[in-house]
Design a protein around this ligand. Structure first.
Ligand SMILES: [Zn+2]
Length: 238
């Protein structure tokens, strides 16, 4: 996340100040744009740096929505907002609600449960859970792991699913995984210093649907610097 936005969020001390800061959608949109494009607006489809605002422009049947931009590259012409291709894409919630959630999450060092987040924001608990997940992704992609990153897979969720008449546990049928456990991709950044007592590397873990190349690539794209050196012991995807 850009330093300016982080400093701004840290400067908000009270709930009243928070309400004033995130009071209107236009203000929140400007803040989000500063957060997503700390070095100036770029096209999320092709990376082109020339883009033009088209919000409010007559689009035939309707007017272009607030915060809409268009890529100026002749081959691209992609239309986008600050949420396009981010975890906040196609949100129905007001941006002010997202910023309040981000502020609340940054306030609590140990993270905030979705139950508490739901209470504070007046949204349902599943919504709060999804928001927390999306915001952690947003923050993570602003500070990707770099240097040498070790990748490992493991499975979450304890037991194999068994029905009483199922064959005994052990090998699954050939070519078929019987586990219902969710695969998790763990990424650990190797610490720079390797002396005793130095801090461990930053780590990140993501639950994935499967360990296919596409899923893995998606996770790594968000959490790891593209220049990082990837290492994995027993993994064929690399
Ligand atoms: Zn473009």
């Amino acid at each position: 996340m850009s330093e300016a936005v982080r400093a701004m969020l840290a400067a908000i001390q009270t709930v009243d100040e928070m309400i004033a800061a995130f009071g209107d959608e236009r203000q929140c949109r400007r803040l989000l744009e500063a957060l997503v494009w700390p070095n100036g607006r770029i096209c999320p489809a092709c990376g082109y740096k020339k883009t033009i605002p088209i919000a409010g422009r007559d689009m035939g049947r309707r007017r272009a929505r607030p915060g809409l931009y268009q890529c100026s590259s002749g081959e691209c012409r992609f239309q986008f907002t600050a949420t396009t291709h981010t975890p906040l894409h196609s949100t129905k919630l007001p941006l002010s609600t997202w910023f309040k959630a981000l502020w609340l999450m940054l306030q609590s060092d140990k993270g905030m449960s979705s139950v508490r987040l739901a209470e504070a924001l007046g949204v349902s608990q599943p919504t709060a859970w999804r928001m927390g997940h999306a915001l952690r992704l947003m923050v993570a992609r602003e500070a990707p792991l770099a240097g040498t990153v070790e990748i490992d897979e493991f499975y979450l969720g304890g037991r194999l699913k068994r029905s009483p008449d199922a064959p005994p546990p052990g090998r699954g049928r050939k070519g078929q995984r019987r586990t219902t456990k969710a695969p998790v991709l763990a990424m650990v950044q190797r610490p720079e210093a390797t002396t005793i007592g130095s801090s461990a590397g930053h780590a990140r873990a993501s639950v994935v649907e499967d360990l296919s190349f596409a899923q893995t690539e998606q996770v790594l794209e968000i959490g790891v610097d593209p220049r990082a050196h990837l290492m994995s012991d027993d993994w064929t995807t690399f």
